[in-house]
Write a new protein. Structure first.
Length: 453
């Protein structure tokens, strides 16, 4: 391998990764040639083994090299690829984005999924004869019991099993809840999750602006809404954690008149990185006017499509005819597998591991952004959840920021679709970190610096 030269201002492993990649692309490192071992290269270059390991890991992830058991690291063979004949390439249009290799989307880390425990519970669930028949319209009793017990321990939610209703996604349950409430006008957060507007499209929607504590109560009171949808534990997308004082003000609004309702969506309340969790609105309510929503999509498996809502007892009684028409949308097999997973303690073990894992990623993301960008970006919503928002101080539009990042092989996402009436003064971008590795976080941020500054 040719001599590697390092410069100041960029992480060593990023520079090592880029120089090896360039050597592969221009043919200096031929296909099937063996790379030095991590330890040997670290000694040659007087750098740490971890630095070499991070560079090799990124090259492997992008398909440039592979580790062969008991043989070492080798350059992969690129037959008839563009990289094989760089001199014959037509110069690439700089406006054409490269294929994204680092994707800051909102997803989970599948590498940490508890495959063995989930497989064990799934196999056992297959042997239940009752799965051939239609189950309870609210969902399997065993799963509803586990959810009720967990929510009481973790979020202070007070309910019994009959109040728990399971469905295939929050949006299906939200549509059903809206029909049960009989409200004509809903207040929603602005900005807020755009798919909520889709679920409530048949109703009058009033966007309510936010302040540093969450939804503006004065604006809510001046509206004619009789129900409000809110994400108090981690406001989407701003990430605001609603303080207790504002929660109590919201509950006071609901208590001022009969048939006022609060829909509390606790979509990722499990992941908080500063301080102790604040009690849920449902646990603070004394008037049974809060519908509590939760999901396993952010904390477990998005594709499982298992969400739940906790209805107040007084609503269960008044809405009995509508509830009896409820059709269960989640397979009994998956419900039984999940109930076994929770009953055996696997669920909370997994949550504890992922909370630690995501906290580590979150800390790295914030540290790297502060070190690389310094005062050239603003970070929003960094106290909880699995995403942040950033605001770049460079005069570029949202589209320009996303396009420039794409040219560097990094995929970031627009936040504009979450706004209704309120518009940010400067473009905001959505950065999820659940599905990226620590190495990708470091490389991705450096590539964003090149794209934007």
């Amino acid at each position: 391998m040719d001599t590697i030269f390092f410069r100041e201002g960029s992480p060593l492993f990023v520079q090592l990764y880029e120089q090896i990649k360039q050597s592969i692309n221009d043919g200096t490192l031929a296909s099937d040639s063996k790379l030095p071992s991590k330890r040997k290269l670290s000694l040659q270059l007087n750098i740490s083994v971890n630095t070499v390991e991070s560079a090799y890991a990124q090259l492997e992830a992008e398909g440039y090299i592979e580790a062969r058991p008991r043989k070492g690291w080798y350059v992969l063979h690129f037959e008839n690829t563009l990289f094989s004949h760089p001199s014959s390439l037509q110069e690439k249009n700089e406006d054409t984005p490269v294929q994204p290799v680092i994707d800051f989307s909102q997803t989970i880390d599948t590498d940490k999924f508890p495959y063995a425990q989930w497989k064990k519970c799934s196999v056992e669930a297959l042997h239940k004869d009752e799965l051939f028949h239609t189950g309870h319209l609210f969902g399997e009793k065993e799963l509803r019991e586990e959810i009720a017990a967990y929510l009481f321990r973790a979020r202070g939610v007070r309910c019994h099993t009959d109040q728990v209703i399971i469905g295939a996604g929050t949006h299906i349950l939200l549509e059903k809840a809206a029909r049960i409430l009989g409200a004509e006008t809903f207040a929603i957060e602005d900005p807020g999750y755009h798919r909520t507007r889709d679920s409530l499209k048949d109703y009058s929607l009033i966007p309510i602006p936010l302040d540093e504590s969450g939804m503006d109560i004065k604006a809510l009171k001046s509206s004619n809404a009789t129900a409000v949808y809110i994400t108090p534990s981690h406001q989407f997308p701003y990430g605001t954690v609603m303080p207790v004082k504002r929660r109590l003000e919201l509950l006071e609004w609901a208590a001022e008149e009969t048939n006022r309702w609060i829909i509390e969506d606790d979509y990722d309340g499990e992941f908080r990185y500063e301080g102790r969790p604040i009690p849920s609105l449902q646990s603070l309510s004394q008037n049974e006017d809060v519908l509590y929503f939760g999901t396993f999509s952010k904390s477990f498996i998005p594709s499982l499509r298992i969400s739940y809502m906790i209805l107040p007892e007084k609503l269960m009684r008044s809405a009995e005819p509508q509830l009896m028409a409820f059709k269960q949308t989640v397979s009994r097999f998956h419900q039984h597998a999940l109930s076994l997973f929770m009953a055996r303690g696997f669920w909370e073990q997994h949550l504890n591991r992922m909370r630690t894992h995501y906290r580590k990623k979150h800390s790295l993301l914030i540290r790297q952004m502060q070190a690389v960008f310094q005062d050239r970006i603003r970070i929003i919503g960094e106290k909880s959840g699995m995403h942040i928002l950033i605001q770049a101080e460079n005069g570029m539009s949202e589209e320009e920021l996303i396009t420039a990042a794409g040219r560097q092989g990094v995929k970031v996402y627009p936040a504009s679709l979450y706004f209704v009436k309120v518009k940010p003064e400067k473009p905001l971008l959505f950065i999820g970190f659940g599905g990226v590795t620590e190495e990708e976080i470091v490389v991705g941020i450096e590539l964003l610096r090149r794209a934007w500054f």
